[in-house]
Design a protein around this ligand. Structure first.
Ligand SMILES: [Zn+2]
Length: 76
């Protein structure tokens, strides 16, 4: 699709690193599937991916995680 941020680039399937901070907890998810703009580098996630990210962050928060770097998995 055409990038809605810069309006010049085309987005391509790729994987990005997503840092997530909440209530003093920091989690970095690696290899998160995304559509990445070839021009400005902006990454867009499908809704299912965003939902899974939030769910995994909540689970980590519930487990008392303060800082973590993990590989993203859609099926947790
Ligand atoms: Zn762009």
């Amino acid at each position: 699709m055409k990038c809605p941020i810069c309006r010049h680039g085309e987005t391509r399937p790729g994987a990005v690193t997503v840092p997530f901070e909440r209530d003093g907890m920091t989690i970095v998810f690696r290899e998160v599937p995304a559509l990445v703009c070839e021009n400005c580098g902006e990454a867009f996630h499908e809704e299912a991916v965003t939902v899974a990210l939030l769910k995994q962050a909540e689970q980590a928060a519930a487990a008392g995680v303060e800082i973590d770097v993990r590989r993203f998995a859609v099926a947790a």
